[in-house]
Design a protein around this ligand. Sequence first.
Ligand code: NDP
Length: 474
Amino acid sequence: MSYDVDLFVIGGGSGGVRAARTAAATGAKVALAEDSRMGGTCVIRGCVPKKLMVFASEFRESAHLAQQYGWSATAGDFNWTQFRTKLNDELDRLENVYRNLLNGSDVAIHDARATMKDAHTVSLSNGETVTAETILVATGGRPVRPDQTNAHLGMVSDDIFNMETLPKSILIIGGGYIASEFACILNGLGVQVTQYYRGAQILRGFDDEARGLVADMMQEKGIDLHLGTNIVEMRAAADMDDDMRAPMGAPVPEAGPDAVGKPVWVKATNGDARVYDAVMFATGRAPNSHGLGLEDLGVQINRRGAIEVDDYSKTAVDNIYAIGDVTDRIQLTPVAIREGMAFTETVYKNNPTKPDHELVASAVFTQPELGTVGLTEEQAREIEPIDVYCTSFRPMRSAFADRPDRVLMKLVVSKETRVVLGCQIVAEGAGELIQMVGIAIKAGLTKEDFDRTYAVHPTMSEELVTMQNPVRSA
Ligand code: NDP
């Protein structure tokens, strides 16, 4: 049976684009459909614009620091409109880069929404139909709001980049990557930030000591962080009485769509009730797996909405594969890219390859950043006896300026093999540092390998090769 194309990729994000290009490079005839902007979450509404906002948000503190070093610098006011215009220009440029990469690889682009008609036929929203031998679903995920009356009054991360004006105050709900990163970004830009997290400490799943330090530093920098706290009620502030207090016992009106992005009155579990210029939900992301016609074909979708795949990213249907956030394995761009490359090896290079999900280094771009690779102290302790090497100190650059910043460097080491099982860094630039440590840990190096590495002096990271004695064993 002959098909229009060998491979049809649904979704033009990091994973889909990489799979399409690498497959096309083997000589396969490839088409790709994207119904939004090419580049997907990472490029258009995630990592890239977020990181540019991180950079923007750091200049106020840099100006304060510069003063301490003798400069007469002042940060002045931040111009959100100017920044957003430039940000949008940059995203347009990057979107074009992605399009050109696909065009240059001879991948046929369809700017349309794709759904499955049968296991080999894709229907496009522009009326076209394309048949393909193999289908790759790389549709990513989307931010979700909690099940809460009037939750639509709150923004999600997608909305942040499109705000018309910067709010004076914002309430951020959640304690994960996105909540904590945006709390720091907006705080740095001069917004009064309140963050509610329902659990005992933000960044659940990360090393306890590391996340504790990040939380302390965030509070030190002015973020009003409330742990063990959540929203009980929210309303458009315009619906409230003049004194902005909730009429006791009154039914909560469903706010109309015109109320979105306007001030919101929020009542919290800790009894607080006040108006914020904006509310942002950073309460997790859901896979974009429904509405594609996959279930009817026999593709299995789990309770969390993720497409179930085997070790080679194959779904329950023989010719349909899925990679990236829609499979909810590890929601990180570099992982989706690797999954896309492993797919090409398996399907088009006759080299069955499982994507490697071990020892994935990552960073949370809070201020300070948290870089992590391998096991946390808590995870390692559950597996085998360990030695923990850890140091926390005031870094030279900010100590000179009398700032209270602290950094943390931690190595978790197997007692038996001396292999370094994990590294945690809380510091300015921890994302850059953990990338390098990630190589050593991926290579399976021991603490003694770290020890015989020369220190680069004076740096913060020299501590990683100079920690002599474990602070504790477990
Ligand atoms: P996370 O799953 O990391 O965090 C969701 C947060 O929302 C948790 O703190 C969770 O609490 C809380 N939450 C969930 N439901 C509710 C609710 N109903 N009410 C109150 N709080 C709630 O999701 P994110 O959206 O922050 O990020 C999604 C993924 O994107 C991350 O896992 C990460 O893989 C990726 N990402 C990576 C980045 C990076 O590499 N720097 C940056 C941004 C995102 P609890 O802990 O109690 O469950």
